[in-house]
Design a protein. Structure first.
Length: 221
């Protein structure tokens, strides 16, 4: 929750009582006040929106948060040495001058502003969360809407269920970045659709307040 700030400034408070009848001074301060009402307030409101608030930050603000959270907001798709199209001889692919012909440049995938916001919000919550199921569910509701997590009760997985259809760009971030919060030492499993779950009411609970589902449908990451 972002606290609401009041950025307004009342310049007329600086006038001492003995200058209350100084019309020219009053006029100058009133004009200055009008300027502050437009420029000062809008500047700080824009700063909160574009930089301070992770939910609405633009690309510049997200770059600042990336540094603060020490979380790169890039995705790379490079080839490993084992499958790279290198030219050379024998085990180390050496050429005549004892090197190999191989491009060391990896391909960087350009992320959208929405994807960057998601990465940094997940990273922020990962750093401040205590890892409890109720707290994680509250965060998921605010970030994804219809999504929740439950415990597998064997310390193997925290199972995330995304009940609405997840956009491909969001699913890419979830799958590529290990940022879903959970207790230390616990893995993550994901169910993107719950069509095969059995239970009752909103969270598909059964008689013992759990979810009956095929664990083979989980996608561990």
């Amino acid at each position: 929750m972002i606290k609401e700030f009041d950025f307004s400034v009342d310049l007329l408070k600086v006038i001492l009582w003995q200058y209350n009848d100084a019309e020219k001074l009053q006029k100058l301060l009133e004009q200055k006040q009008q300027w502050f009402n437009v420029n000062q307030t809008s500047y700080w409101n824009n700063w909160v929106r574009d930089v301070f608030d992770l939910r609405t930050a633009n690309d510049f603000g997200l770059s600042v948060w990336s540094i603060i959270l020490n979380m790169p907001i890039i995705a790379e798709a490079g080839k490993s040495d084992s499958d790279a199209p290198a030219f050379g001889f024998e085990d180390n692919y050496q050429n005549f001058e004892n090197g190999n012909f191989f491009s060391l440049i990896s391909t960087q995938i350009k992320l959208t502003t929405k994807q960057k916001r998601l990465i940094l919000q997940l990273r922020y919550f990962q750093l401040v969360s205590n890892g409890t199921i109720p707290e994680i569910n509250q965060f998921l509701k605010s970030l994804f809407g219809e999504a929740y997590v439950f415990d597998s009760y064997d310390m193997n997985y925290a199972v995330y269920v995304f009940t609405d259809e997840v956009d491909s760009d969001i699913q890419f971030i979830i799958d590529q970045f290990d940022l879903l919060p959970r207790p230390a030492g616990v893995g993550t499993a994901i169910i993107y659709r719950r069509d095969d779950l059995f239970g009752f009411e909103d969270n598909y609970q059964n008689f013992e307040n759990g979810v009956l589902a095929d664990f083979n449908s989980f996608k561990p990451i």
